[in-house]
Design a binder for this molecule. Structure first.
Ligand code: NAP
Length: 260
């Protein structure tokens, strides 16, 4: 088995689907392990092989996509010196992974939910031993099937998590609030939600070409509507709120990574 995926929830399943879409591996080369019901359902849907714990030691690499709190109980059951581990758990450092799993063949990655549609930005890091064993190269190829991949120094991982990996939730709140604003002004709910999503997608495209400040200035006519809307946003401290959100999420990453 080339790869086992432990935890095929939202992220594990997205990554599985990405690598199958890209034909990086055959379904028969991938094993999955979750709750019995979920393992069975995802195996049926994707063709990946359902695994038991004892099968994991025969896998070349294991992708860990369980919650950070589940690592302590799981690690002793899956630790094996001949396996390379790839983790997407928020906050969990390569040092903690190495200690828990008893090997330096560990890769730390941080994708985001856009992996579901092949548009993740994924950060990757790992020690020399993971590079030498080909684990980092494998992880880069794996996450390239679900979007863009960046090598990132490990000290920036919690910041990357608080900004990029958590951002879909921040942006979803913006979309929902924009739609609420439209509904308050009389736009039907379904239309308001569609308009909010469309303008976020289009603005995302524009932001690849223009600095945010330039874009903002181009939309804001002198004495016009937008500058009045922006003044209301500034009065509510929207910039500070977003910066504080990234900071709070980064700090939570540090906390999640603390290992007793
Ligand atoms: N969601 C995101 O946007 C995102 C982005 C980047 C990174 N991450 C990271 O990705 C990881 C997974 O997140 P997620 O959102 O995909 O979570 P999720 O949807 O809850 O998926 C985790 C899955 O792992 C299963 N599981 C728990 N313990 C297990 C065990 N010992 N053996 C096998 N399966 C087990 C869970 O089952 P139960 O539900 O029964 O416990 C669940 O189905 C987390 O560490 C998170 O920090 C998430």
């Amino acid at each position: 088995m080339k790869l086992a995926i432990v935890g095929v929830g939202k992220m594990g399943k997205s990554i599985l689907e990405g690598l199958l879409r890209a034909e990086m591996l055959e379904p028969s080369e991938i094993g999955i392990l979750d709750t019995p019901e979920r393992t069975q359902a995802v195996a049926q849907e994707t063709g990946a092989r359902p695994l038991y714990l004892e099968d994991l030691r025969r896998c070349e690499r294991i992708l860990l996509s369980v919650q950070p709190k589940d690592l302590a109980a799981l690690a002793p059951q899956i630790a094996h010196p001949n396996v390379g581990y790839i983790s997407i758990m928020a906050g969990v450092s390569t040092a903690v992974l190495s200690r828990r799993l008893g090997t330096r063949r560990v890769v730390r990655c941080m994708p985001n939910l856009a992996a579901t549609i092949g548009k993740s930005s994924t950060a990757i890091t790992g020690p020399r031993e993971a590079e030498e064993a080909g684990d980092l190269q494998f992880a880069r190829a794996l996450f390239a099937t679900v979007g863009d991949v960046y090598d990132l120094p490990e000290q920036l991982f919690d910041a990357f998590t608080g900004m990029s990996a958590s951002a879909p939730a921040y942006v979803a709140v913006v979309a929902e609030a924009l739609a609420d604003g439209g509904v308050k002004q009389g736009i039907p709910r379904a239309q308001a939600l569609r308009l909010a999503a469309d303008v976020l997608i289009a603005t995302g495209e524009l932001l690849r070409r223009k600095h945010p400040a330039v874009l903002k200035d181009e939309v804001s006519s002198p004495g016009g509507t937008t500058i009045h809307g922006l003044a209301a946003l500034e009065a509510r401290g929207v910039r500070a709120a977003l910066m504080e959100a990234v900071e709070a999420a980064t700090l939570r990453g540090h906390e999640l990574g603390k290992d007793e």
